[in-house]
Design a protein around this ligand. Structure first.
Ligand code: ZN
Length: 276
């Protein structure tokens, strides 16, 4: 099987051509023609942050949102911040604990809004699809409404800009999403986490807060033989933000603890799937 020499795509996940004797996937070919300018994006982000005097941080208690909160408070010194978590009903207990502990340590007010996303999760598991896009879209919409109700113009998120060329996005109602981790390496993030009272939960997949991701990845693997996070993780490797070894691990078949799986399927009323 051909494997891209620049990222972690292979023939299961992307079209691969031989270019000058090297296997290179189509996404890397586009990247080579239009490289992402890391310095420019970081400079754009710094310029934008100068105007931010009041913002909410989309705060999931996962490692990236924790790093975003730290940067907003300690590096960009945003004068007025509020950390807002949308608890979708299947957050890891450790994530809620991490979230509270770190917001307290940084002296940022922390709010939890509870919403039930069972419909999205049930649907994804039944169809062996990724729940992530719909979950993230709903969360951003809830945060946008919260921002409008409370007079905030900016929502800071822990996104890393895997696709796209700007570190911000204009949402309706004049709200601006700022992807504060744009083009930040995995190593830089881990260095920040080491300074914070963050405890890594034992969860399968590229998550430090969600109980559904592991079981959803497993279902998807059974059907497709690869991870639905493959494309995003391949982009991180291509941009030099994650090393290959870590990426191989993140895209390999997840080992979901039986207890976590049972808990998630029961909670969603999908026990029958477990007996298959
Ligand atoms: Zn590639």
């Amino acid at each position: 099987m051909l494997r891209c020499s620049l990222c972690v795509h292979d023939e299961r996940t992307a079209k691969i051509d031989i270019i000058d004797g090297r296997p290179i996937c189509r996404e890397c070919q586009v990247y080579l023609r239009h490289p992402v300018d890391r310095e420019r994006i970081r400079a754009e982000l710094e310029e934008l942050m100068k105007d931010v005097d009041r913002a909410i941080v989309a705060y999931s208690g996962g490692k990236d949102s924790v790093v975003a909160l730290y940067l907003a408070k300690e590096v960009f010194k945003v004068p007025e911040l509020e950390a807002v978590m949308i608890d979708h009903g299947l957050m890891a207990r450790e994530a809620i604990e991490n979230a509270g502990r770190i917001a307290r340590a940084l002296g940022v007010p922390f709010k939890v809004l509870r919403h039930d996303y069972s419909d999205i999760f049930r649907d994804a598991l039944l169809k062996a699809e990724s729940p992530c896009r719909r979950c993230s879209k709903r969360t951003m919409e809830k945060l946008r409404k919260y921002a409008l109700r409370n007079g905030y113009r900016y929502i800071i998120t822990g996104h890393e800009l895997p696709f796209g060329h700007h570190p911000y996005r204009l949402m309706s109602g004049g709200v601006v999403q700022i992807r504060l981790l744009s083009m930040m390496t995995e190593k830089e993030r881990l260095e920040i986490l080491e300074r914070l009272p963050f405890e890594f939960p034992e969860l399968p997949g590229y998550t430090t807060n969600c109980l559904v991701l592991g079981p959803a990845l497993e279902r998807y693997w059974e059907k497709h033989g690869h991870s639905f996070e493959h494309r995003r993780i391949a982009a991180l490797v291509r941009y030099g933000l994650m090393d290959r070894e870590k990426a191989e691990k993140e895209t390999s078949r997840p080992a979901v603890p039986a207890e976590q799986k049972k808990f998630v399927y029961r909670k969603l009323g999908l026990d029958t799937l477990l007996q298959e």
